[in-house]
Ligand binder design. Structure first.
Ligand code: NAP
Length: 470
């Protein structure tokens, strides 16, 4: 299926869309470049006004937008509403703080033989965003709000299974008052990303998606020498140590693994538990997973809806079958329910070993693996025995253990006694094959800026070269 809405709760094909043809794509790129030429000169306060209007529209239209997310990718209606509220808050945050985050950074002039020296944060131009379907609004907003506030313009290539959300986003920014073409949605398949990124009017790319997609786009960005931010896959560890509040940890573990129907890059996926509390934690965790209601995502009572695509469910089933065949034990779940749609139940496996695919691969569905370890050394070694390095969690009330986890977990983010999430205030991103660069926070808003050094000498004293010839 090309670019289309297919309801994951019943497999029914909804609206289908034709991709832009060559002339239409060229027209979009040209209009984006034209929009940038004037948009870059707008003030922070003008941009902030439009961004606040985006937030207001998001709030006003939340019910209909939430229903669209549920229809296109099977997110539960409660989770969809929460995602939209988060988007509105994110827009307001950048409206409020962008000017301060991008204020000139003054350097002590005497140290560089200047009368004045500073760094300005200037926009770069049209930035391409290649985005996934799993948080179809938030992934785009967390890119677009800072990027537009910095004076860039956005070109969105959204995942092919969320086209109506992609078109809604374009319409949203336009209706909020942003000048025409400052935010454009390109309905194209992934095979046309290369054409867009090679185009000389496009200055950079932000991709959130699988490690494979990231590798391919990173190679191209390297060839054309354009900045790239890559938010890729993850298989986050979740450590539980004896001093932890086990009930809280188990509850958070079930949410962390099953939120968004188990399809979150920062979902905790590998549960690494100290032997002293492993039995107790396993039973609490199994109980919490078993209590989650799998059901029609449009219904208020559902905790876990279907996986977004048929292929996605098959991938999960293959990983579980591989582990079971090689000796893992299913404690909870493990069988698709007999109903239409791409449902898969919350599942817990023990006895997962290094020869099983899920030890090293990302499971993008509600499947947890629980490992027992003898001590913190072993826990950290197992946690770090992964090619991924996105988020990580550790549950302990021992300050020395907290410090060790913060220092030694190989990840872009460490959350202690809480589950990993994203905040506009904090940088978000990973290391290793989870990608590079950061979204959100000050690092995020500066990702697509020119850090321009400005040096001002005394009148008649020459430039930096003559002032400091070495
Ligand atoms: P995906 O298949 O990589 O798709 C993501 C986006 O990339 C889509 O727009 C897709 O377009 C496009 N794409 C795919 N292959 C491409 C290629 N070779 N060149 C250029 N573009 C390409 O990932 P997904 O299945 O939608 O999302 C799940 C993955 O995203 C998981 O691995 C998850 O961990 C990761 N993720 C990471 C983060 C993070 O912040 N680190 C957040 C969310 C998700 P089409 O839809 O047209 O194929």
């Amino acid at each position: 299926m090309g670019i289309a809405t297919i309801n994951p709760a019943n497999g029914q094909v909804g609206k289908t869309f034709s991709p832009l043809d060559t002339a239409e794509l060229e027209d979009r790129l040209a209009r984006s470049a034209t929009a940038y030429a004037s948009y870059r000169a707008t003030t922070h306060s003008e941009r902030a006004g439009w961004m606040r209007a985006v937030a207001d529209l998001l709030d006003e239209e939340a019910a209909a937008t939430a229903a669209l997310l549920t229809l296109e990718m099977g997110k539960t209606i409660r989770a969809a509403r929460a995602e939209i509220a988060k988007c509105a808050a994110g827009c307001r945050y950048y409206a409020e703080h962008a000017a301060q985050m991008l204020a000139d950074e003054v350097v002590e002039a005497g140290a560089v033989q200047a009368t004045r020296a500073y760094v300005r944060w200037e926009p770069l131009g049209p930035v391409l965003a290649v985005m996934p379907w799993n948080f179809p609004m938030w992934q785009v907003i967390r890119f677009a709000a800072p990027t537009l506030m910095a004076g860039n313009v956005a070109l969105l290539k959204h995942a092919s299974n969320v086209p109506q959300t992609a078109l809604y986003l374009e319409d949203l920014f336009r209706r909020a008052g942003f000048p025409q073409d400052v935010f454009s949605t390109l309905l194209i398949g992934s095979d046309r990303v290369e054409t867009v990124l090679r185009d000389e009017r496009v200055v950079g790319v932000s991709l959130t998606g699988s490690t494979e997609a990231g590798r391919s786009v990173a190679a191209l960005a390297g060839e054309v020498l354009k900045p790239a931010v890559l938010e890729l896959g993850g298989s986050d560890p979740f450590l539980v140590l004896p001093s932890a509040d086990l009930e809280k940890a188990a509850e958070a573990a079930a949410t962390a693994r099953c939120q968004n129907n188990g399809q979150s890059c920062i979902a905790a996926k590998r549960f690494v538990v100290h032997a002293d509390v492993a039995d107790q934690f396993e039973s609490l965790f199994a109980k919490a997973l078993g209590a989650l209601v799998v059901g029609d995502p449009a219904e208020e009572g559902a905790d876990v809806g279907p996986l977004a695509t048929e292929r996605g469910r098959e991938d999960v089933e293959e990983l579980v079958a591989d582990a079971v065949e090689k000796g893992a034990t299913v404690v909870v779940g493990g069988e698709r329910p007999p109903r239409p749609g791409w449902f898969y139940p919350p599942t817990l496996l023990t006895g997962v070993t290094r020869d099983m695919r899920m030890y090293t691969e990302e499971v993008f569905g509600p499947v947890a693996q629980l490992h027992r370890v003898a001590d913190l050394d072993e826990a950290l070694a197992l946690a770090n025995d992964s090619a991924f390095g996105l988020g990580s969690n550790a549950w302990t009330n021992d300050p020395a253990e907290q410090e060790r986890c913060a220092r030694e977990l190989q990840a872009g983010m460490v959350f202690l006694n809480g589950m990993t999430t994203s905040y506009p205030e904090l940088p978000f991103g990973g290391i290793k094959t989870s990608g590079y660069g950061r979204e959100l926070g000050q690092l995020g808003i500066r990702a697509f800026c020119n850090a321009k050094t400005v040096w001002v000498g005394e009148s008649g004293s020459g430039d930096a070269t003559t002032a400091r010839p070495e």
